[in-house]
Design a protein around this ligand. Structure first.
Ligand code: CA
Length: 340
């Protein structure tokens, strides 16, 4: 055997050893669809659907998602980035995030490409990191701009409708307008447009009076599969009376999703009523209602989870969190801590 042949055989041997090690490694640590090689909440639950008044996984188990809402996209661009989403998954244990696309007031309608870019960044991050994402049309008068809503959700459904991560929220908080003659017709139109592209992902519909009159919606529910209704509360203002309305809707078979709530007063500011917050958490826990807290922002108001000038990329210490932020982060760790 000459030295050239020996060298060749050594190379072949080394190659065989390395290949078999790689094979063993891939069996021990199977690669997931996300870039972090860990089992994610979306790996666990997969494609969600609505069964009666509950959200269920693709295996039929009841699912309760808990996480944070981002702030109006046109005013809080800084947290619409991958590293912030990753921090909220890893450090806050969020299983869902809500991307709140501002519609009017210098939002999507005046700057469609700019706002769509922010939303896509968050959606792409959530897909890569294996958490759910609510794509929220953050408007108080969406029925006045139905064409824009259709264009927006058609684009989202076309790009992402085959991904289990996506939850559509088509009308954040209608004001004091009729469910029967204003909101429901709007919802039927937008849902039809989404369903032509995405036949199955959950669609959350806002309800009258800042998404509080879920009982009114439950008297005349939307026809179609995988529809949930938005219930919003601010704990220091909205109390047992609102929980009673929610109970009526649940009894009628409607699935509720608290896509937004605050620990404080209705204006996003004021005091935190810890007793009422506890009643609400108990209520949501008992009824298996998913929730997102308002909000990941560093503005000067009680509901803002972060103090002024918080790092856009996460890495927040306790001293960077507001009183509400500390309370909610602890709730997420307590309730979601076992799963990413
Ligand atoms: Ca789908």
């Amino acid at each position: 055997m000459n030295s050239k042949t020996l060298l060749y055989q050594i190379i072949i041997l080394l190659f065989t050893i390395i290949s078999s090690c790689t094979d063993i490694q891939s069996k021990l640590f199977p690669s997931k669809h996300n870039s972090n090689n860990i089992s994610t909440v979306v790996d666990l639950y997969g494609q969600l659907s609505i069964n009666g008044n509950k959200i269920i996984s693709q295996h039929g188990d009841t699912v309760v998602l808990k996480g944070m809402s981002l702030y109006w996209s046109q005013w809080m661009n800084k947290f619409y980035n991958y590293k912030c989403v990753k921090w909220l998954r890893d450090d806050w244990k969020c299983s869902v995030l809500r991307a709140a696309v501002g519609v009017e007031r210098e939002g999507y309608i005046s700057n469609p490409e700019r706002e769509m870019g922010k939303i896509k960044t968050v959606i792409d991050a959530c897909i890569d990191l294996g958490i759910y994402v609510i794509v929220d049309w953050h408007s108080h008068s969406a029925h006045e701009n139905t064409d824009e809503a259709i264009a927006f959700f058609r684009e989202i459904a076309t790009l992402y409708g085959d991904k289990p991560n996506i939850i559509y929220e088509i009308y954040n908080e209608p004001l004091e307008v009729s469910w029967d003659s204003v909101i429901k017709p709007y919802a039927d139109t937008v849902i039809k447009a989404i369903r032509e592209i995405d036949t199955n992902n959950i669609i959350v519909v806002g309800t009258p009076r800042w998404s509080q009159d879920v009982d009114v919606a439950s008297n005349n529910p939307i026809t179609g599969k995988n529809i949930a209704y938005a219930l919003h509360y601010y704990a220091s203002t909205h109390k047992q009376e609102l929980r009673d309305k929610a109970s009526k809707a649940i009894e009628k078979g409607c699935a509720l999703f608290v896509t937004e709530f605050g620990t404080c007063e209705y204006n996003g500011d004021g005091h935190i009523d810890y007793e009422e917050n506890k009643y609400w958490f108990d209520f949501m826990d008992k009824n298996k209602i998913s929730w997102c807290n308002w909000s990941i922002a560093d503005v000067d108001e009680t509901s803002s989870a972060l103090k002024d000038n918080a790092n856009a990329m996460g890495h927040w210490k306790i001293s960077d969190l507001s009183e509400s932020g500390i309370y909610i982060k602890n709730k997420l760790l307590e309730m979601n801590g076992k799963k990413k």
